[in-house]
Structure formats: structure tokens, C-alpha cells
Design a protein around this ligand. Structure first.
Ligand code: HMG
Ligand code: MG
Length: 304
């Protein structure tokens, strides 16, 4: 039986770019609903500089008030030692640090070069280790950078090796702008997995050009077994203008079901969580699967 782990990033990557403040209670309800749906890894918030990303300023509240479900890891995105202190103080089960593949994106997103960002992770990882908390490492812009263009897979591979050497147990490869195509993803995963075990890799696809699911399929064929997604296809990075949301969790589940791959998540419950947050945001889900389920639901209601 082949198992795939979904890493739900909706409450963080999905919401961080929302311009209107979302009440903490709605964020907490979202995290709880996702856990109830069977997701075992949920990125519940970010402990970044609130002046840079105001929407994530209530991380403490969210982590304090969620209902901790046994078997679920609630992760926090952190950029530096200050973020790690804040996240560990409210008992995040996992930290996620984030580097970029290019200096240009790194500067826009974290006000430092890639090398400087890696140096900032050392105290983060030391704090996490002392607390017995695992650390995941993201690499953004693995296919292309909105500021400096095409990215060489060899560059991504070097940063992935650096993150592993620092102590990250898993590296998530982020197509932040969602421009990647299957051939590029194939080449990228090939390059990185030639240097790191494929079971240490995850893929994080945005769907700007509608290629996210196909790209995930390619990564699965290469042996990747951890996939990031966001309920209702929420998301976008404040420093990647024009990038669409993350691939929708509902759509990835439907793909995995079709491939006969185990994931342990209840599609209907995720779709319900997606409907609730979309209602809060006042706009429809971008998930095709959520749309199809809603249409089927309303036509059966009309029939009866
Ligand atoms: P900076 O302004 O250069 O930081 O920001 P600083 O070290 O100079 O500190 C300035 C002030 O901020 C100080 O306060 C610090 O204490 C405070 P003051 O002394 O002036 O009163 N500060 C903090 N406060 C709370 N929490 C913190 C923190 N850090 C500093 N953690 C920094 C540098 C990295 C902090 C900033 O650039 C930042 O927060 N960036 C985060 C941007 C972000 O969240 N981007 C989105 C997430 S990444 C993403 O979406 C991509 C990903 O999803 C993958 C993909 O999609 O492909 C991961
Ligand atoms: Mg992202």
C-alpha cells in the first residue's frame, strides 16, 4: 500500500495574503475542521514580523486556542530566532524555515540574501532541537523567480543540501509563482533526488498556470510521497505578485483517490471546511473538485 502525506498549508500560506483581517476564531475553526477531516500535518500559522505580514499577527492566539487532536502535528512558519521563540512558547509541534532559490526573492521576502537566511536558521534549528521539535525547510521559487527569472535545478539542489546539513528533516520544493511545467518538475526532482533521499522531499505547487496537479503527478511518479496543498485552493505569497493560490487539497485528494494511493483524509469534510472559510472570505472556492461536489450536492437536493 502506497501512502501519501498531505501537508495542509491553507491556514498559513492560504490566508497570509488576505488583505482584510480574518478573525482569529475563523482561523481556529478552520484548523480544527481540517484536523477533524483527517489531516495530520497542518501549518496553522506564521511567526514572522507582523509588519511584513499583518494577517499572521495572531499566531499566538491561534496556537493557544486550537483543539489539539492526538496524532496531528501543528506546524509554524518561522523566519528567525524571534519567530522560533514565539512558536515554541505556544507549543508548535514543528517549525518550518523558508529559504529562496534566488537572492532577489530572498531579499523581497526576508530582507536578506539566501546565505544570510541560512545563517539565521542555525539558532532556529538549535532552539527546535533543544525543544525536541522537528524542522522542515522550504525552498521558494524552485522553477523561476519573479524578479530574476529561470532557476537552475543545480542551485535548488545546493540549497536543499544546505538545509539538510543544517538539520531540516524534510525539504519542500516550492513553485511559488506556479509557472512550472511537468518537464521542469521532472528535471528538478531528478536533480534534487540524485543528492538527497526522495523520501526527504515534498512538493509545494501553486496553480497559476493550471499545471499544479500534473506537476504533482510527475513528482509522485518520481517517488515523492509528501504533498503540500491548501483547502479551497487558498493562497498566494505577498512577495510573488500575480501568483495564484496553492493547489487545492480537495483536488489532490481526488487525484490520489484515482491513483489508489492512501492518504487518510475525508474529502467531504475537507470540502466542508473549504466552504466555511470561503463563506468567511466572501468568495467561491477555486477547487474544481469542491465546485463539482457542490454542484452534485445541489442537483441531488433539487431532485429530492
Ligand atoms: P526585518 O524587518 O529585516 O527584521 O525583517 P529585523 O531583524 O531587522 O527586525 C525588525 C523588527 O521586527 C524588530 O522589532 C524585531 O524584533 C521584529 P523592533 O526592535 O524594531 O521593535 N521582528 C519580529 N517580530 C515578531 N516576529 C518575528 C520577528 N522578526 C523580527 N519573527 C524578517 C526580517 C525575516 C523578520 C521579515 O522579512 C519577515 O518577517 N518576512 C516574512 C515574510 C513572509 O512571511 N512571507 C511569506 C511566507 S514565505 C512563502 O509564502 C513561500 C512558501 O509558502 C513556499 C512557496 O510558496 O513556494 C514558504
Ligand atoms: Mg506557498
Amino acid at each position: 500500500m502506497v501512502e501519501v502525506t498531505l501537508v495542509e498549508v491553507g491556514p498559513r500560506d492560504g490566508l497570509q495574503n488576505e488583505p482584510t483581517p480574518i478573525p482569529s476564531l475563523a482561523k481556529i475553526a478552520l484548523v480544527d475542521a481540517l484536523a477533524e477531516a483527517g489531516l495530520t500535518r497542518i501549518e496553522a500559522g506564521a511567526f514572522v514580523n507582523p509588519q511584513w505580514v499583518p494577517q499572521m499577527a495572531d499566531g499566538e492566539q491561534v496556537f493557544t486556542d486550537i483543539k489539539r487532536r492526538p496524532g496531528v502535528r501543528y506546524a509554524a512558519l518561522v523566519p528567525n530566532a524571534r519567530g522560533a521563540e514565539r512558536a515554541l512558547a505556544v507549543k508548535a509541534d514543528e517549525l518550518a524555515v523558508f529559504a529562496a532559490a534566488t537572492d532577489a526573492f530572498s531579499q523581497k521576502n526576508t530582507n536578506c540574501t539566501v546565505a544570510e537566511s541560512l545563517a539565521r536558521f542555525e539558532p532556529v534549528i538549535a532552539q527546535a532541537k533543544a525543544a525536541g521539535v522537528p524542522v522542515r525547510g522550504y525552498i521558494s521559487c524552485v522553477i523561476a523567480c519573479p524578479y530574476s527569472g529561470a532557476v537552475d535545478p543545480a542551485q535548488v539542489t545546493r540549497i536543499a543540501e544546505d538545509l539538510r546539513a543544517l538539520g531540516c528533516y524534510e525539504i519542500s520544493l516550492g513553485d511559488t509563482t506556479g509557472v512550472g511545467t511537468p518537464r521542469q518538475v521532472d528535471q528538478l526532482v531528478n536533480a534534487v533526488s540524485a543528492r538527497l533521499p526522495v523520501d526527504k522531499l515534498a512538493v509545494h505547487m501553486h496553480d497559476t498556470y493550471g499545471q499544479a496537479l500534473t506537476n504533482i503527478y510527475v513528482a509522485l511518479q518520481q517517488g515523492v510521497r509528501v504533498v503540500d496543498s491548501a483547502v479551497a485552493g487558498l493562497g498566494g505569497c505577498p512577495y510573488a505578485p500575480g501568483a495564484a493560490g496553492n493547489v487545492a487539497t480537495e483536488d489532490v485528494i481526488y487525484l490520489l483517490n484515482g491513483l489508489g494511493l492512501e492518504h487518510g483524509v475525508d474529502l467531504d469534510k475537507v470540502a466542508a471546511a473549504g466552504r466555511a472559510i470561503c463563506q468567511q472570505l466572501g468568495r467561491p472556492s477555486t477547487s474544481k473538485v469542491a465546485q463539482a461536489l457542490a454542484a452534485r450536492h445541489s442537483s441531488t437536493k433539487n431532485d429530492s
